[in-house]
Write a protein that binds this ligand. Structure first.
Ligand code: ZN
Length: 245
């Protein structure tokens, strides 16, 4: 089975559609690592599109914030503004969908899925090898898939030849083996990349061959920015999409 691996859509329908178009015919199921909503202008449309696909999804901190399960005062003012707007904009059915999302999952024997980290699935950011290293003790599968930081990366567990955890940015040169070494993989963000590349980020996991293909896809950023401006979203949030931060 081939999985479309996506995370952090953040209500960016144009980016989500561009990813689905690019991956068309090359996956059997969608694995989504949370934060469907927040930041962007199309929460209902993104939930409905995801729900229309054969998929599984876990909860992210922005999904919980919209439900009131997290205090939005913990967010920066821009994130808080859109979180409160999203709360008022969500249909009842889509709110129920968000409520149904699990916090972490183990799938297909080899994979643990969590939004932030296996240690603290909703909140922890795995930005550095030192944090990744601690987290290898918090899941029992060979591989762990996370989102939340919006930056694509693979952290390799320490082994006999390499005594420390190592970070590597995945390559866009086509599918490559995941290998036998334990790892924590982040496919980056569909709707708000933060690694300096504004293109939508995603991957395709082949569960039979245990290979991963990492992709970056352009989408009509200006259209999304126009929708955000029309809704009166904070300028900083609108602008950052152009730069990928
Ligand atoms: Zn996020």
């Amino acid at each position: 089975m081939r999985c479309l691996l996506i995370s952090d859509i953040h209500s960016n329908l144009a980016a989500f559609k561009a990813v689905l178009d690019d991956a068309k015919g090359r996956y059997d199921k969608v694995w989504c690592l949370g934060d469907i909503v927040g930041y962007g202008p199309s929460p209902n449309e993104c939930i409905q599109l995801l729900a229309s696909l054969d998929h599984l999804c876990i909860a992210g901190n922005h999904d919980w914030a919209v439900l009131g399960k997290l205090d939005v005062d913990d967010f920066n003012p821009d994130a808080r503004h859109v979180s409160l707007w999203t709360r008022s904009a969500l249909t009842e059915g889509n709110q129920r969908y968000i409520e149904s999302l699990p916090v972490a999952l183990v799938q297909a024997e080899h994979f643990t899925l969590a939004h932030g980290s296996p240690r603290h699935p909703i909140w922890e950011y795995i930005l550095y090898p030192a944090v990744a290293q601690v987290n290898f003790g918090h899941f029992s599968t060979r591989y762990c898939l996370v989102g939340h930081t919006h930056s694509p990366v693979i952290f390799y567990a320490p082994n006999e030849t390499n005594g420390i955890c190592q970070a590597q940015v995945p390559s866009t040169n086509g599918p490559g083996p995941l290998g036998n070494r334990r790892l924590i993989l982040n496919p980056g963000s569909v709707g708000q990349p933060r690694d300096g590349d504004p293109r939508a980020s995603y991957g395709i996991l082949d569960l039979d061959t245990l290979t991963f293909e990492y992709r970056r896809i352009p989408y009509p950023i200006a259209d999304v920015q126009g929708q955000m401006e029309a809704l009166g979203f904070p300028t900083r949030l609108v602008n950052r999409l152009s730069f990928g931060w």
